[in-house]
Write a protein that binds this ligand. Structure first.
Ligand SMILES: [Zn+2]
Length: 314
C-alpha cells in the first residue's frame, strides 16, 4: 500500500514554515523555518526555496497543503490578500506551486486550518461537529461539520468574528460596526478601556499610554475594577456570539485558541453565564465540551496537513 507524503506550509507574517509528513506519523520527517521578510520583495521565491529545502530526496510527494494568514478561495487556490504580505493580492498561489512541483495544492486560511488541526490532532479529537474560535487581536473561526471542514461556496465560510452582535456597535477592524471581534478581541478590550479612561473612569491604568490587552489583564489580576469589567464585557459578548454559533452549527465541542482566550476565569466566568442566558434551549449545552486549543504554534502546519489528507481522502 502506498504511504502518502505531504508537504505542509505555514505562511506567517514573521515566519515561513515547511514540514514533510508521512501518513500516520504525528511528527514531521523534516521541518524548516525562515523569516518571511514581508517588506522585502519575492516572498514567494523564498517560499519556493524553502520547499526545495525540505523536499524528500526521491522527490515523491502526494500533495502540498498551506495555511494562509488571510482570505483565500480554496477552490481556485487564489490568495485574495494577506495582510502582512503586500505583494500577494489575488495571488494564484496554488497554480504557481502546482506548476513548480507538479502535485495538487490545497490551501485555506489560518483560523479554519487551526480548527481542522484541533479536530484531527488536538482538543477536538473524536468529535464530528466542532466549533473553533481564536480570540487574539481579532476573532477568527473554523467549523467542522460531519468531519468535513466548512468552506462555503466561495471558500469564505466561518468568518465568525464578523458576526453582527449589535448593529450600531463599535467599529470592527473590517470597517463595519458591532461585530463580535469589535467587542471580544484584544483590540475590543483595549478600546473599551481607552473609552472608559477618556470618560474619566478611575483605574490603575495610565490614560496617556496605550494599554494592551495583556496590560489590562495584569491590572485585572491586581484588582483593578475597570480592567476586570473590560474582560467581563468581552466574555459576555463572546457568550452571545457562541450562542449564535451553537444555534447555527450545534457542535459537541467549542475549542478556544489565541492569546486572549488564555485569560481563564477573567473572561470565561462571564462567558459561561452569558452563553447559558442566550441559548434558546438547554439541549444545545448538553454534553457540550468547552476546551482550550492544544496545538499552539504547530496548528498551521498540522491543519494544512489535515486538509491535504482530507482532500486526498486518506
Ligand atoms: Zn468585522
Amino acid at each position: 500500500m502506498h504511504m502518502s507524503t505531504i508537504i505542509s506550509l505555514d505562511i506567517g507574517g514573521t515566519q515561513l514554515r515547511a514540514a514533510v509528513y508521512a501518513q500516520d506519523q504525528r511528527e514531521p520527517l523534516t521541518h524548516k523555518r525562515i523569516k518571511t521578510l514581508a517588506n522585502e520583495p519575492d516572498t514567494f521565491g523564498r517560499l519556493l526555496r524553502l520547499i526545495e529545502d525540505v523536499m524528500p530526496a526521491d522527490g515523491k510527494v502526494d500533495a502540498i497543503g498551506a495555511s494562509i494568514p488571510g482570505p483565500v478561495d480554496p477552490k481556485t487556490g487564489i490568495v485574495m490578500f494577506a495582510p502582512n504580505i503586500k505583494e500577494w493580492r489575488d495571488f494564484p498561489f496554488a497554480a504557481k506551486l502546482m506548476k513548480n512541483f507538479g502535485v495538487p495544492v490545497f490551501l485555506d486560511n489560518d483560523a479554519n486550518l487551526a480548527g481542522l488541526a484541533e479536530w484531527k490532532f488536538g482538543a477536538a479529537r473524536g468529535h464530528h461537529n466542532v466549533l473553533y474560535l481564536t480570540v487574539s487581536t481579532g476573532v477568527g473561526g473554523g467549523v467542522i461539520i460531519n468531519d468535513r471542514l466548512l468552506q462555503g461556496s466561495h471558500g469564505l465560510a466561518a468568518e465568525l468574528g464578523h458576526t453582527t452582535i449589535q448593529a450600531d456597535g463599535p467599529l470592527c477592524g473590517c470597517g463595519q460596526r458591532g461585530h463580535l471581534e469589535a467587542f471580544s478581541s484584544g483590540t475590543g478590550i483595549e478600546r473599551f478601556v481607552a473609552e472608559q479612561l477618556e470618560a474619566g473612569r478611575k483605574s490603575i491604568l495610565d490614560l496617556s499610554k496605550r494599554n494592551s490587552a495583556r496590560d489590562i489583564s495584569a491590572a485585572a489580576s491586581q484588582g483593578d475594577a475597570l480592567s476586570i469589567e473590560a474582560y467581563q464585557v468581552a466574555g459576555r459578548y463572546l457568550g452571545i456570539g457562541v450562542a449564535n454559533f451553537l444555534h447555527s452549527f450545534n457542535p459537541s465541542v467549542v475549542v478556544f485558541g489565541g492569546g486572549v482566550s488564555q485569560s481563564g476565569a477573567l473572561l470565561f466566568d462571564s462567558f459561561e453565564v452569558s452563553l447559558k442566558a442566550h441559548v434558546i434551549h438547554p439541549r444545545y449545552l448538553e454534553g457540550l465540551v468547552i476546551a482550550r486549543a492544544e496545538l499552539g504554534d504547530d496548528s498551521g502546519l498540522l491543519g494544512a496537513r489535515a486538509l491535504a489528507e482530507l482532500k486526498l481522502d486518506l
